[in-house]
Design a protein around this ligand. Structure first.
Ligand code: 6R9
Length: 646
């Protein structure tokens, strides 16, 4: 924790949409009169049929139901494109920067309109209609945004799967929502390396079944096999389609997209977001938190495979008529100056990235940053995991030349948009704190029993009332939705995060309190990695925990018990890492593996993760009570062979 305060810079309070007085007044009104407040804010998007009802939400056990603007109708693609055509048809909507610095492209709103209409018609020509699920497995190319908006235009529900996921992970997500259409590319390109997307897609479809159409975008031009009758060249389909497509009239509560995310148990959940409330919330938060003004160039470095890419590369910025930069590459290719070179090349004003990227670049020193100008930058943002004060200060001083405020934005796939964050013209910053709630958000801290904690305190973070961008259900499993988020603390939304509130009412997220770990800003369920490990023929049992990692935030530490007679060699460790990589994807690769003859269990057979976490953290002096263990002896062996010695 740091007690340094960076006051709102001179000038910011005047130019920003929101200053201190306005924040206080509007915040009060937003929580005292949510109906009135969100009723007004709801008008920021174009409705086909205006809503007359604003909020109809209940967090009551057994009856969780969330509806916003429920009798209004609209179309998200029309809001992100058509309504800008008259005033900014020739303005750049998407500024695309390829993996290779020689490769970039500007797509105007008018071009975006044509591309999206053509693709929407191509989807229709293959029989895709309102309510159908479409899985998108694409690299960071403009076609990813076209695909999302084309689905939204015809009312199909997209489910994007990050291009780094394996065929098996992709198959699970195709099956989970019964997609009949998949959109992919021949290959992806990241950091100069090729990713075999089409080959992965073929393997996934073979496993999942049910897919009758695959659109294949040409990215590298690799010669990929095409299945007759099923696979369609994207370019051919677009060329044959009409450039006009009427947007489908959607109800505010019709689904917009599904996005799979990891939880503490079981398979990833299909988080469902709907149309009206999501768009209002994504666009409103984008405008105020990034203080987006006409003409600004805005860059969020996330991938569209994650929620940040959905809300803050595509839907929020485009609904606001922004110029949004989309980056195909990685921060260290061709060199570790890449981010800042892109900032200079495109005169980026607002830059939004993850702490893990900042920490990785910090390791390379100031040189690669300082050789660039970055004078266009005005505001910096952070998302995905807690940012440690050292990384915050480096980002502020080295990247922002001590002149750009940093918005440390806390939110989740489930929340649809940012909930706790500074507003650059209103909030004095404390490095490491996500600061204060956004309008309409009622964060509370509760103890393990659910008792509300007042004033300065530390506990579990819950949200007391709904907001328009909140997820509506787990796709196809409303019971799981209720159990996961509303049963721990009845009548509250449980975030899964721990949090401290200081005497100034600032929130400091301390990390997950459940069995979810956050690796380089990516959510990973420990149960998913465990089930992958135990599927290996030489593994009898596995327990996975997170441990502090200098660059990734958390690393993956796996305790593995082998089958009788199998020897725990270094080669076997490598084999297991490769196994998980192939099974789930590179982001799930264990960083450390410890072969354990036994795991610490209670007499009823429950693995005591608390002990495993402590040993992985190299904090075994404070193991706490081990008296309930069936065999306390296993702990000594685990400590002796621990893999993280500091
Ligand atoms: C947007 C996104 C959500 C989890 C969340 C929390 C962590 C995100 C954070 C942060 C501290 C921040 N998290 N932003 N922790 N400060 N500014 O990342 O969604 O992938 O669903 O992850 O990430 O633990 O619960 P998602």
């Amino acid at each position: 924790m740091s007690d340094k305060v960076h006051p709102v810079p001179e000038g910011w309070a005047k130019r920003a949409y929101i200053d201190k007085a306005r924040y206080e007044a509007d915040y009060r009104r937003s929580v005292e009169d949510p109906e009135g407040y969100w009723g007004e804010i709801g008008k920021r998007v174009d409705w086909i049929k205006p809503f007359s009802k604003v909020k109809n939400t209940s967090f009551a056990p057994g009856n969780v139901s969330i509806r916003w603007y429920e009798d209004g109708t609209l179309n998200v693609s029309a809001n992100c494109i058509d309504r800008h055509l008259a005033t900014r048809g020739d303005q750049t909507a998407i500024l695309w920067e390829g993996d290779d610095p020689a490769d970039s492209r500007a797509i105007t709103y008018r071009e975006l309109h044509e591309q999206v209409c053509r693709f929407a018609n191509a989807l229709k020509a293959r029989g895709v209609k309102k309510g159908d699920r479409v899985t998108i497995y694409l690299p960071m190319i403009p076609e990813a945004a076209y695909a999302m908006l084309a689905c939204a235009r015809i009312g199909a529900i997209h489910s994007i799967v990050f291009g780094g996921f394996s065929p098996d992970s992709l198959a699970g997500r195709i099956e989970g929502c019964e997609s009949r259409c998949l959109i992919t590319a021949d290959e992806g390109l990241r950091g100069g390396r090729k990713v075999p997307l089409k080959a992965n897609a073929d393997a996934a479809i073979e496993k999942a079944g049910g897919v009758d159409t695959v659109f294949v975008v040409t990215r590298t031009g690799a010669d990929v096999p095409m299945v007759e009758g099923r696979d369609v060249r994207y370019e051919d389909a677009i060329a044959a389609a009409s450039p006009e497509c009427e947007p489908e009239e959607m109800n505010a509560e019709d689904p917009l997209f599904i996005l799979y995310t990891s939880g503490s148990t079981g398979k990833p959940k299909g988080v469902l977001h709907t149309t009206g409330g999501y768009l209002v919330f994504a666009s409103f938060t984008h405008q105020l938190i990034f203080d987006y003004h006409d003409g600004d160039v805005y860059w969020c470095t996330a991938d569209v495979g994650w929620v940040t890419g959905h809300s803050y590369i595509v839907y929020g910025p485009l609904a606001n008529g922004a110029t949004t930069l989309m980056f195909e590459g990685v921060p260290n290719y061709p060199s570790t100056s890449r981010f800042w070179e892109v900032v200079d090349k495109h005169k980026v004003n607002i830059f939004y990235t993850a702490p893990t990227a900042i920490r990785a670049l910090m390791g390379g020193g100031e040189g690669p940053v300082k050789k660039t100008s970055r004078e266009s930058l005005r505001l910096l943002g952070s998302v995905g995991e807690p940012i440690n004060p050292e990384a915050w200060e480096w980002y502020y001083r080295v990247v922002g030349d001590s002149r750009c405020p940093i918005v440390d934005t806390w939110w989740q796939t489930e929340t649809g948009g940012i909930l706790i964050t500074p507003l650059p013209g209103a909030t004095d910053l404390k490095p490491g704190s996500a600061t204060k709630p956004f309008f309409g958000i009622r964060p509370e801290l509760v103890d393990a029993e659910g008792k509300p904690l007042e004033g300065a305190a530390e506990g579990n973070l819950v949200i007391a009332d709904s907001w328009p961008g909140q997820m509506r259900t787990v796709y196809g499993d409303h019971k799981r939705f209720e159990e996961t988020y509303f049963s721990t603390y009845p009548n509250k939304y449980f975030t899964g995060d721990g949090c401290r509130r200081d005497a100034d009412g600032y929130y400091w997220i301390t990390g997950r309190v459940d069995d979810v770990i956050n690796v380089s800003g990516h959510r990973m369920g420990t149960a998913e990695v465990e089930s992958s490990l135990v599927a290996h023929e030489k593994v009898s049992e596995a327990a996975v925990v997170g441990y502090p990692h200098d660059v990734k935030g958390q690393g993956i530490y796996a305790y593995v018990t082998l089958m009788a007679g199998v020897e725990g060699t270094e080669d076997l460790k490598k084999e297991l890492v490769a196994w998980v990589r192939k099974d789930i994807g590179p982001i799930a690769s264990p960083d450390l593996i410890q072969f354990a003859p036994g795991l610490p269990k209670t007499r009823s057979g429950k693995i005591m993760r608390r002990i495993l976490r402590k040993i992985a953290e190299d904090e075994f002096a404070a193991l706490g009570d081990t008296s309930t263990l069936a065999d306390p002896g296993v702990v000594d062996d685990l400590i002796e062979h621990r893999q993280n010695r500091r």
